[in-house]
Design a protein around this ligand. Structure first.
Ligand code: SAH
Ligand code: SF4
Ligand code: F3S
Length: 460
């Protein structure tokens, strides 16, 4: 296409599944396609291009993608003979895992693109417009971060106050239940200079909170400007120096990579929020071993102690899998005991689902579905009680709240506590974009309510 050709205006609808990395990738895909004339559609019906940004983590993930695709059949057929055909792309981890099989199983898809090839989307879509079916799912070998080009200023402006920045991708841990090492490839860390440059740019455009993303984010490793080997703690320290950055977070971490430097960063960096998602998966050492987690429950409890020594108010969250093959009632009781011991602020829990191609899928002693359901319910009851207790413990406390947007009711603004809880306060919209101490007065199931501690410091 010649550079001076008029841009054809088109509408893009991205449906994302899965983790925060996918949510962030969806933003980046939209950023990349905007200069190509694609604007966001409100619904799939309005779109000229539908992207299914898929996740492969759960059982039947692939089948769900085919059934989502099936629902597009009518729309696609109706427009097939028009000047404006509907294009359909499958991106994300199912695209990576299934590859060309998607073309074999359905004629609905024009483009199959893996997470590490999104920077080629404009070219891929031009090829699609010429009537080709395009697939790209190779892992790049030379420039492993070409697909993570820093967003343009107009895209940054759309981020608001809080932005994700990918610093690490892939995983070498090979937990025996997990597909991520196969769909996202081996662990790679983005160079420090690129991370700093992106965060500086975000800060200049008004971003105040940064969440560093990676499938195994605390495995980040790289070099300082002087050539020293460094880890994530130094990245955080460097980012904390950037003017305008009020809050730093990182997710998701593996207990094995939680080194002393990173624990100390929770003591030393006021910008580093006292909230950490640190999945443990199980409290039973036998199950942890079978999961290839390479830590025991005692290791995890020791880590929690050290984190709380460094930052006494740190709140923890975790992922748990119930019903991993071989999990006995005693193993499950050990999980409940670990939950009791740690007291989590919030928790995600999943029934084990056998993922073809992972070692766990071939293990004997798969746990019957009704046992999994019953254990899940017991775990849920315990973690819900902990979450309520955690929220209730906020009443009477003063918490810094970063105000993000107008609240649901007139005269209300909404922000986030350091612990990710939404906080609603009666205050002027001029507080949005700033952080104020809020005295918490009440809670609902998911939110906190309160008033600004020092109204004299408020802007007019
Ligand atoms: N480290 C990753 C983990 C991705 S998977 C991250 O960046 O978030 C998220 C969670 O899904 C895991 O922690 C695990 O609890 C759960 N999970 C992964 N594979 C699973 C499976 N086969 N069955 C059930 N739960 C699973
Ligand atoms: Fe999956 Fe384990 Fe890697 Fe997390 S650490 S992405 S659970 S293999
Ligand atoms: Fe799912 Fe891929 Fe994320 S499998 S959890 S979208 S890394």
């Amino acid at each position: 296409m010649p550079d001076d050709a008029p841009l054809q205006r088109r509408k893009l609808f991205i449906k994302s599944f899965g983790c925060q990395m996918n949510a962030y990738d969806a933003q980046r895909m939209a950023d990349m396609l905007r200069p190509e004339g694609y604007e966001q559609a409100q619904t799939a019906q309005d779109a000229d291009l539908i992207v299914l940004n898929t996740c492969h983590i759960r059982e039947r993930a692939t089948e769900k993608v085919y059934s989502e695709l099936g629902m597009l059949r009518e729309m696609k057929d109706q427009r097939s003979m028009t000047a404006n055909p509907l294009r359909v792309a499958v991106a994300g981890c199912v695209a990576q895992a299934e590859g060309a099989e998607i073309f074999r199983r359905t004629d609905l898809v024009d483009l199959v693109v893996g997470p590490q090839s999104y920077h080629h989307l404009p070219q891929q879509l031009r090829d699609v417009a010429r009537g080709q079916r395009v697939i790209e799912t190779e892992f790049p070998v030379d420039d492993k971060f070409a697909h993570l080009a820093a967003p343009q200023p107009d895209a940054i402006a759309r981020r608001g106050l809080s932005a994700f920045v990918t610093v690490q991708e892939g995983c070498d841990k090979f937990c025996s239940f997990c597909v991520v090492p196969y769909t996202r490839g081996m662990e790679v860390s983005r160079p420090l200079a690129a991370i700093v440059a992106e965060v500086e740019r975000l800060a200049q455009h008004g971003v105040r909170e940064i969440t560093l993303l990676g499938q195994n984010v605390n495995a980040w490793h790289g070099l300082a400007a002087d050539g020293r080997k460094i880890g994530l703690a130094e990245v955080l320290a460097r980012l904390a120096d950037i003017s305008g950055i009020l809050r730093l977070r990182y997710t998701t971490s593996h207990p094995l990579d939680m080194d002393a430097g990173l624990i100390a960063a929770h003591r030393d960096l006021p910008q580093l929020m006292p909230f950490l998602h640190l999945p443990v998966q199980s409290g039973s050492d036998a199950v942890l071993k079978a999961m290839n987690r390479r830590h025991t429950s005692a290791d995890y409890l020791d880590l929690v102690t050290r984190l709380r020594q460094a930052r006494p108010d740190i709140a923890l969250s975790s992922d748990f899998i119930v019903g991993f093959p071989g999990e006995s009632e005693a193993d499950f009781a050990a999980t409940l005991a670990l939950v009791e011991a740690v007291r989590f602020a919030s928790t995600f829990f999943f029934k084990y689902s056998a993922r073809p191609g992972t070692p766990g899928a071939d293990l004997p002693d798969q746990v019957p579905e009704d046992v999994k359901i019953e254990r899940l319910a017991r775990l849920q009851q315990l973690v819900e009680a902990q979450r309520h207790a955690f929220n209730a413990s906020m009443i009477g406390k003063s918490l810094p709240v970063l105000f993000e947007k107008p609240g649901r009711h007139a005269g209300q603004v909404t922000g986030k506590s350091p612990f990710m809880q939404p906080v609603h306060v009666e205050a002027s919209p001029s507080t949005i974009g700033q952080q104020f101490d809020v005295i918490i007065t009440s809670t609902s199931t998911n939110s906190l309510f309160g008033h600004i501690a020092a109204p004299s410091k408020l802007p007019d």
